[in-house]
Structure formats: structure tokens, C-alpha cells
Design a protein around this ligand. Structure first.
Ligand SMILES: N[C@@H](CCC(=O)N[C@@H](CS)C(=O)NCC(=O)O)C(=O)O
Length: 200
């Protein structure tokens, strides 16, 4: 399999962590690229021009991080990252993590192309309100310790989104404002798969 990625995308990092957690590192070749440079092979794999994209063993090109995570969960012999017994809880967390990533990434990319003033537009303010609401909700909902020793897709998604805030939007100061979430995040990100994929 081949995974198109870069070192700063939260969506690509989520998939990379899934690859490691599922014990599939040897089966997935990393194909580093710049999604903003219209890389011809990436466009062939994903006409949207976005990473991550995964070419499966049978040559199928998959896009969208959660879709790729779902595919990888069906492979490898490790514990499922979407356990059937906790389906709704894990998918709820995955959705919240993904929404946090979307609002944060939208803010970062908006600033890059239109300047920081974009934060004061209708859409910019809306994204910031979403970021704060999601953080508050996670602070209220997250249980102190993860339920199982193996990671779930929900935990990976939320933890990567929080790391992305610390990487790109430090002004959120989320660890100072959300103590329970901070402790949870410290616990979850102790895993080797997080260390190996740190944002650069
Ligand atoms: N919903 C998508 C989002 C993917 C995405 O936006 N990736 C960014 C990098 S972080 C990208 O490739 N952007 C290039 C572009 O939008 O042209 C997913 O979950 O995979």
C-alpha cells in the first residue's frame, strides 16, 4: 500500500497513527508530497488534490482520513480501533475530533491565504466559536482515563486535533483552560505512535 502524506497535516497524521497502531508500518510505503503543488500522482489518486490518500494492495485509491482509517481497521491483526461494542461512543469522538481539526485547519489555511484578518470575517468567527465549543464539550465529556489499553479511532482523532491546536494555534491555550482534557491528552499521547509522527 502507498500513503500520500506530509508532516503537517492532522488528517494524514491520524492515518499514520492508525497504520502504526494496526501494526501495518511494513505494509504501507509513505509517499511524502506537497498537496498544494498539484503533485500529478496525488491528483491521480485523489482528484480533490488532498492528503491523505491511500493506494490499497488491489490498486484502489482511497481518500478522506476517516474512510482510510475504516479500511485499515479491517486489516492487520491488532485490536480494532473501532470496536463493535463501543461503536457509537467511538464514532462520536471521531466526529468531534474531526470537527475540531476542520475548524482549526480552516483557520490556519484561511490565515495563510488571506491574512489574519480572516479571523474577523463571518466564517472566521464561526470557526473560532466552533473551536471553543468543541473544546468545552470535550472537557465535559471525556473520561479521565481511556477505557481500553488499545487506542480507538475516537481517541486518535481528538488527540491529533488537540496536538494540531498546540502546533498551529497556540493562542487557544487549550491545556491551561481545559485541565481534564490536558490530563487525558497527556495519557493518550504517551504512545510510541504519537512520538513517531510528531508534527514538524
Ligand atoms: N476531510 C479530509 C481533509 C483533508 C485535507 O483537507 N487535507 C489538506 C492537508 S491538511 C490538504 O490536502 N489540502 C490541500 C487542498 O485542500 O488543496 C480528510 O479527512 O482527509
Amino acid at each position: 500500500m502507498e500513503l500520500f502524506l506530509n508532516a503537517t497535516s492532522p488528517y494524514a497524521r491520524l492515518v499514520r497513527i492508525v497504520v502504526l497502531e494496526k501494526g501495518l508500518a511494513d505494509a504501507v510505503k509513505l509517499r511524502w508530497c506537497d498537496p498544494w503543488s498539484d503533485d500529478a500522482q496525488l491528483l491521480e489518486a485523489n482528484p480533490a488534490g488532498r492528503i491523505p490518500a491511500l493506494i490499497t494492495e488491489d490498486g484502489t485509491a482511497l481518500s478522506e482520513s476517516l474512510v482510510i482509517a475504516l479500511y485499515l481497521d479491517g486489516m492487520g491483526r491488532s485490536e480494532p480501533i473501532i470496536p463493535a461494542s463501543r461503536l457509537s461512543e467511538v464514532l462520536r469522538q471521531a466526529g468531534l475530533g474531526q470537527s475540531l481539526m476542520d475548524a482549526a485547519f480552516g483557520t490556519v489555511i484561511g490565515r495563510k491565504h488571506q491574512g489574519k484578518e480572516v479571523d474577523d470575517t463571518v466564517l472566521g468567527r464561526r470557526r473560532w466559536r466552533a473551536i471553543h465549543r468543541i473544546l468545552d464539550r470535550l472537557e465535559n465529556e471525556i473520561s479521565a482515563d481511556p477505557v481500553s489499553p488499545s487506542m480507538t479511532l475516537g481517541e486518535i482523532s481528538i488527540a491529533v486535533a488537540l496536538d494540531y491546536l498546540s502546533f498551529r494555534l497556540t493562542e487557544t491555550n487549550w491545556p491551561e483552560r481545559h485541565e481534564k482534557l490536558k490530563a487525558w491528552h497527556q495519557h493518550v499521547t504517551k504512545k510510541e505512535s504519537f512520538a513517531q509522527t510528531a508534527f514538524l
